[in-house]
Design a protein around this ligand. Structure first.
Ligand code: GLC
Length: 436
């Protein structure tokens, strides 16, 4: 059965954002941000205080960094040498899920099991040394409220995590208890931060004029330095970094696929923006579009963003790779024309995602500029979608140009690979050194 062309065009249009709509979206995002600055309950974003501003770049010393935000847990020992220099002394990592073996993120897993697993990894990073004092920075990349640099309390799991007994708890307290159970109380968590904040700290440590940090990966979220907020319990300069939790931005009109996916997701109504743009969801959206075209609406094929990227990258004459992926996941052998259409849809979904992300960056650039001029600056981004997904980066740049016109030459996005680890070490150093 070949795809119906009208239906295909209609679906393609659902995933296309023209110039005017893009501008409206950026303006709406900024409005939502401004509402939140006045009264956070008015914004669809959580706009969480981080209690940290920018680093001086002079931070020094050896710190532990725990990166906990996706299915891979990583722990680093990092030596900061000041002047934007550092060295990773040790790095260990392990997934929280190994299918058929264990799964610490499912509903049946407990907080204790999850944090014991993490503490074991921390122990490995310090080679079982239970004597030396280690200060740890913890990148905990889930929406959490905090009123100092240590005590992030998980509001709600995102990214389809479901482990019991963590929501409502202070992540560092769970970690401290697990470290005690392992006899590793010489490791002291001193700072907790979102991965977006970690990326911004890491980029700003190395590259001045960076005020916006973003993750564009399994999940999506952005933070920025808000110059008007200061808190005596905070450290760092230039104001306070706000973790927007813009994955939850919801003042956008979703298309029918977005709406349907949301309904059957782990947390309906939550993370509407993230479900439109991030790597965790793009493959699912493509699967839903294919199911509609094949007349099997509701069927799920388990397509991932990696599948999408391989299909888009397949420029071979017969689209062999793309056809193979469709065969393996969808279970059908499609005509060449239909494989081409699937590739077009995959591209449209990626391009929409990149344009939406770019609109949010521009909203922040406008916000920081206020009524003044836009200054030269970098937007630091980390994450597999930004780094590896074909079409993502170039479409962010294109959309920024569309929105900023001449000023676009002042704003670029830079990859800050591994910022989650380095940023955590920097935050730990800032916590220990204070504002000295
Ligand atoms: C999700 C989390 C957020 C995190 C983002 C990227 O949106 O809620 O805290 O920054 O994923 O990992």
């Amino acid at each position: 059965m070949a795809f119906n062309n009208e239906q295909f065009k209609d679906i393609l249009a659902e995933f296309t954002i023209g110039g005017e709509r893009l501008r409206e979206i950026a303006a709406t995002f900024r409005q939502d941000l401004q509402l939140g600055l006045r009264d956070v309950t008015l914004s669809s974003m959580r706009m969480l205080k981080s209690y940290v501003g920018l680093p001086s770049g002079k931070e020094r010393g050896e710190y532990l960094a725990l990166d906990f935000g996706g299915t891979n847990i990583r722990v680093f020992r990092i030596r900061l040498d000041g002047d934007g220099k550092y060295e990773i002394v040790k790095r260990v990592g392990r997934p929280l899920v190994v299918p058929g073996e264990y799964d610490y993120i499912c509903k049946d897993a407990t907080a204790e099991q999850m944090f014991d697993f993490i503490a074991e990894l921390v122990d490995e990073a310090i080679d079982g040394d239970h004597d030396t004092k280690y200060y740890l920075g913890h990148t905990f990349s889930f929406p959490s409220t905090q009123d100092n640099l240590y005590n992030a309390r998980l509001i709600i799991w995102t990214k389809e995590f479901a482990t019991q007994g963590v929501e409502g708890e202070v992540a560092n307290d769970l970690l401290v208890a697990a470290l005690k159970r392992r006899d590793a109380a010489n490791v002291e968590p001193v700072a907790v931060l979102n991965d977006t904040v970690a990326v911004l700290l890491s980029a700003a440590y190395k590259t001045p004029d960076t005020f916006i940090g973003s993750i564009y990966a399994t999940g999506h979220n952005t933070c920025y330095l808000e110059p008007t907020i200061h808190d005596p319990k905070g450290v760092g300069k230039g104001g306070m970094i706000l973790n927007l939790e813009c994955g939850n931005f919801s003042k956008l009109v979703p298309n029918r696929f977005d709406a349907e996916y949301d309904e059957r997701s782990e947390k309906p109504g939550e993370q509407r923006f993230e479900k439109m743009v991030s790597g965790r969801y793009m493959g699912e959206l493509l699967g839903m579009a294919i199911a509609e075209l094949l007349g099997e609406k509701g069927k799920q094929y388990g397509l991932t963003s990696v599948d999408m990227s391989m299909m888009i990258l397949d420029e071979s004459e017969n689209l062999t790779k793309a056809s193979d992926i469709i065969m393996a996941k969808v279970g059908r052998e499609l005509d060449f024309e239909d494989v081409q259409k699937v590739r077009e849809l995959a591209s449209a979904i990626v391009i929409r995602s990149a344009r939406l992300v770019a609109a949010s960056f521009v909203a922040l650039v406008w916000q920081r500029a206020g009524s003044g001029k836009i200054v030269r600056q970098h937007v630091a981004v980390d994450g597999s979608v930004y780094e590896k997904m074909p079409l993502a980066k170039e479409n962010i740049t294109r959309a920024i140009s569309e929105l900023l016109g001449e000023d676009a030459s002042k704003v670029d996005t830079i990859l800050d690979n591994g910022g989650s680890g380095l940023g955590a070490a920097i935050a730990a150093a800032m916590a220990v050194e204070g504002n000295a």
